[in-house]
Design a protein around this ligand. Structure first.
Ligand code: FVH
Length: 291
């Protein structure tokens, strides 16, 4: 693969992992971080340190940005609009779809190509088969830089709308936090009876992985708007059982904060006459699909 010059702005845990992946792939990497000392380990591994963000932008046609949030991206880039023309900015900072769209418009105004991205991995997973990264923005820009971006993990281009990567990133993170919330509640319950989280963990993982496979069947029901056919676990039954979850938590002295929202949805859906339907039908309480 052709060696490319790539700059990385932001050397937190994730930016450092990204810069390391680029070095491992043989690219010429220039790094910059607000706290300059964080660049030192990367310099020892072969990166060049830029004194300023502007120097880093000038050093490479491809500039990867991975900062805390969009406010910090603005603080870093806005003073350097004069050096952006002709560069491709790949912003892997977490943000909202509207922030991504605004940043894309701003970059275009200043003559830069722009891809927004969402990293679906934690730093130790970068450059391993488990990592994947979502991108959105012009497909030509993505295809040009894909061979370099593939160093981070499997690259997925979601479309020209720059907000799509952030939207899907947040959707996937919501799935993860829902799962973590359930598992944390389960650990609290087990611990309240003197059990060990570590002993319970293999069973939790097995059950979560097995039930995770239901995501696709659920999606098919949601896309078809059909929640009543072939139902094996109807909502009325689930609502009755769920009341026991709340009672068990209260009796065990553990917080119900993580589990009450689902109970509210179940109760509302059953009260609305949908007790014979499948779990997937709860989505109707959350959103009206765009026409
Ligand atoms: N780490 C993770 O698990 C997740 C995985 C998925 C993607 N996220 C997002 O990646 C962005 C960066 O996350 P990070 O893990 O690198 O975060 P930190 O280690 O806390 O580093 C933050 C960097 O941002 C710099 N920074 C913060 N504020 C400013 C500012 N006003 N001006 C310039 N730089 C700023 C900070 O610099 P310093 O404190 O070292 O000087 C770090 O370089 C993030 O969007 C995640 O949501 C990570």
């Amino acid at each position: 693969m052709n060696q490319k010059a790539v700059s990385v702005l932001g050397l937190g845990d994730m930016g450092t992992a990204l810069a390391d992946a680029l070095l491992a792939a043989g690219h010429r990497v220039t790094v910059w971080n607000r706290t300059a000392a964080r660049a030192e380990p990367l310099v020892a591994r072969g990166a060049s340190r830029a004194e300023t963000a502007a120097d880093a932008i000038v050093a490479s046609q491809l500039v990867v940005i991975c900062l805390l949030d969009y406010d910090s991206v603005g603080q870093v880039l806005v003073p350097h609009t004069d050096v952006l023309a002709g560069r491709t900015l790949v912003n892997l900072t977490n943000g909202t779809p509207s922030q991504a769209r605004e940043m894309a418009a701003w970059a275009t105004e200043h003559g830069a190509d722009y891809l927004d991205g969402g990293i679906m991995a934690v730093p130790p997973m970068i450059a391993t088969p488990e990592a994947f990264v979502l991108y959105s923005g012009p497909s030509g820009t993505f295809e040009t830089w894909r061979p370099v971006l593939d160093a981070f993990g499997e690259s997925h281009h979601l479309g020209a709308d720059p907000g799509l990567a952030a939207l899907h990133d947040i959707a996937l993170l919501n799935s993860m936090y829902g799962m973590f919330g359930g598992v944390l509640h389960a650990y609290a319950l087990v611990r309240s009876a003197g059990g060990s989280a570590a002993e319970f963990a293999p069973m939790a993982r097995r059950y979560v992985e097995t039930m995770g496979a239901y995501a696709e069947a659920m999606a098919a029901r949601i896309d078809a708007g059909d929640y009543a056919d072939d139902v094996t676990s109807n909502l009325a039954m689930q609502t009755t059982a769920y009341a026991n979850f709340l009672t068990a938590a209260e009796e065990s002295g553990i917080s119900t904060e993580l589990i009450t929202p689902i109970y509210s949805l179940l109760q509302r859906r059953v009260a609305d006459g949908h007790g014979h339907e499948d779990t997937a039908s709860l989505v109707e309480l959350l959103a009206t699909p765009r026409a």
